[in-house]
Design a protein around this ligand. Structure first.
Ligand code: ADP
Ligand code: ZN
Length: 285
């Protein structure tokens, strides 16, 4: 039987804590992301309750960033109270190895191991939610370099002149196309907008600009699009595919309107890519 591993996905609004054997989830709990102390304590309490299933062999944590991955901490997030949070140290007394990475690198890893990117050499997982971020897996490992990919903060041309809301950059992709940015553009919660609202083709074009850059730089065989906005607005994917095809103009031979239906796709693991990503981090292959 597979070892029991723990996972935590720390999101901007909610945190998911779980234990699993292999990719089979044994327990899972969603908690609100409040202060760092209260949120991390609720995770520890869940593991304590679940001790009846046996001891954990390892823990994986995927978190919103930006992160100091080697240092186990969140760095300069604009999320109130969270800048500088020591995440890994909060679980030191469990006495198990703790793997730490971005929520999207974790999700990309789970999709590569068990989901829609299985068998690929290079794959991307892009979330469009409260923020926008992407994880990149190369050769079965999440990509780290100077720090980690920060795809959501690439600057793009606004499709309608909207100035954007990113506190660092204004009109980066996150500043234009995240859930809160769409709400600022339309004056309505993104979740309440009609599928044929005129904002969607504009947002799809901005997302397509960044996906085109990714196709031209890291050459992924899959780009998976998840997150609350990605999931909740299924009409976006076809709009994005059409815009990417138009931008590439048949230059990258394997990318055609037909293959784009596979290359740009929904998560194979549904809304579990992030939580299972934390589990995948805990149990490297
Ligand atoms: P988080 O980013 O905190 O991990 P989500 O990925 O669920 O959480 O993203 C939350 C964002 O997604 C919010 O801005 C919300 O308005 C937006 N959202 C949630 N559901 C939908 C939907 N059906 N359509 C469009 N936007 C949605
Ligand atoms: Zn930005």
């Amino acid at each position: 039987m597979d070892r029991l591993t723990g996972g935590i996905e720390i999101g901007g609004t909610k945190t998911v804590v779980l234990i699993a054997r292999g990719r089979t989830i044994v327990e899972l709990r969603r908690i609100a992301t409040t202060t760092p102390a209260a949120t991390l304590a609720a995770c520890r309490a869940a593991f304590a309750e679940w001790a009846r299933h046996g001891p954990l062999a390892a823990l994986g944590i995927g978190s919103f960033g930006p992160l100091d991955i080697a240092g186990g901490r969140i760095t300069n997030t604009p999320k109130p109270g969270w800048a500088g949070t020591e995440v890994v140290a909060a679980f030191a007394d469990l006495g198990v190895p703790v793997a730490f990475d971005t929520d999207v690198n974790a999700a990309a890893l789970a999709e590569h191991r068990w989901g829609a990117s299985k068998g690929t050499a290079v794959s991307v997982y892009l979330t469009i939610g409260t923020g926008i971020g992407a994880g990149i897996v190369v050769g079965g490992r999440p990509l780290h370099g100077l720090v980690h990919p920060e795809v959501g903060h690439i600057g793009v041309a606004s499709g309608d002149g909207f100035a954007g809301i990113c506190p660092f950059h204004g009109d980066c992709l996150e500043g234009l196309a995240s859930g809160p940015a769409i709400a600022a553009r339309t004056g309505q919660d993104a979740a309440s907008l009609d599928a044929n609202h005129p904002v969607w083709p504009v947002v799809a074009g901005e997302i397509a600009a960044v996906l085109t850059m990714l196709l031209l730089t890291v050459s992924p065989e899959r780009i998976i699009i998840g997150g609350g906005v990605g999931h909740g607005q299924p009409q976006l994917l076809p709009l994005i595919r059409a815009d990417v095809a138009r931008r590439l103009n048949a230059y990258v031979a394997p990318v055609t309107p037909d293959t784009l239906r596979t290359i740009l796709c929904a998560p194979g693991l549904g809304d579990l890519s992030g939580p299972l990503g934390a589990i995948a981090l805990a149990a490297p292959e």
